[in-house]
Write a protein that binds this ligand. Sequence first.
Ligand code: NG1
Length: 460
Amino acid sequence: MTLPDGWDSEELARAEQLAAQIRVGADARIVACRAPGRVNLIGEHTDYSGLPVLPVPIDRSTIVVAAANTTGEMEVSNADPAWPSRRFAMERQIPPYATGDWANYVKAAIQGVIGRFSARTNLRGASMIVDGRVPPAAGLSSSSALTVSTAFAFMAVNQLELDPLEAATMVARSEWYVGTRGGGMDQAVSILGRRDHALFIEFDPLRARAIKMPANAALIAADSRQVADKSGAVRAEYNRRVVECALAARILGRALKLDGVKILGDVVRALPEWNAADLVEQLAASSPARLGADLKEAANILDVTQSQLDAELLGQGSIRIALDSNRQLEVLKRARHVLGETERVIRAADALEAGRLDEMGTLMNASHQSLADDFECSTVKLDTLVECARRGGALGARLTGAGFGGSIVALCDAASADSVIESIDRGYYAKQYPGAAPKSWRAALHAGAGASVIDISANA
Ligand code: NG1
């Protein structure tokens, strides 16, 4: 059998080992899906505003091996015994486990597929084993690697097919189940990514352009080891920023007399000649920089009722966003980051394509500064790591992913990769974790292939 790109002999061996442990249903068919994590080169906190991003799928993946079972339920176990086995019924509305439970990502994916194929009443339950090799809570999108691989394995068991762009949109929306109002970057790059390429992704409608990574470029990811716990405080911070950006968009839309604006991407798409500085100036003239978390002041500016704005921005039921009412919402700073970052992403895609790594690095540095100052999602540890990478010769370095902990990504000339790593080891890990071996905490990463499914039984 010819294997799809991404399945090297090591990954195939992993899948076959898991397949040997799975309880096979009547048709004896076993499938395996691998889906990669990612590093984001630039375009941070822009995706949920419908604005572009430039991530790279990495050569660390999650594999899900699955077979139809006869119980009609989902039976899920994890190769890592730290994550307990789970069993749940397949329903249109699957009740979640406690916040933070790993299997909520599995439930998210299954509920998403069931909802998308609601006309199919005879979906089969599946036994699944998950083997995740994307470091968790490190900003490398282990969560989406799990959600994507689960959704694809479940679809394969039930012989369901989707166009990749539609699948990416579906899985992104499904992941809201865990309570984070993410954009679609992680799922899109995991599904649409290509070996040796970064992916320039645009939204509404979702589309992606692969950009070859220049041969002399090296990417280094380093984990701060500060856990960005997306099921607790970090989730609240993340969702708060989703609301702040949406408020900025609505205020700008009203000031500029644009209809139906919900996110900053709507503003940008309505104005072909837009630029960040003018839009930020317009916003500053139309609203105080900060607004109350009860949304009263915002509702006045927008001339809508407070309850209508509340329902539209915060949502309902289990995925309702809870805002800390003691803190004001930062509208101006957040918009300044997102709009400036969008200009940087567009320039970065051109720079990368033309191999102008110096320019790419400068844009990455500016991105980090903006995330630290205006988006307020960096930390002292991330700032220190970024500094160490630059001191070691990186052309650019920035936090990657949601921030508040997690990893940085550094871009350098391949010849400088060792010196960047050495500088990070000496300046960060040796001080934070004296005596420890930091080998598994930082690495030069390569752009790996996007997600794919194989039929293990056919391979055996
Ligand atoms: P992390 O938390 O690093 O996987 C999150 C979101 C992305 C994007 C980035 C910030 C999810 C699944 N992912 O990434 O969509 O908004 O933050 O750019 O919520």
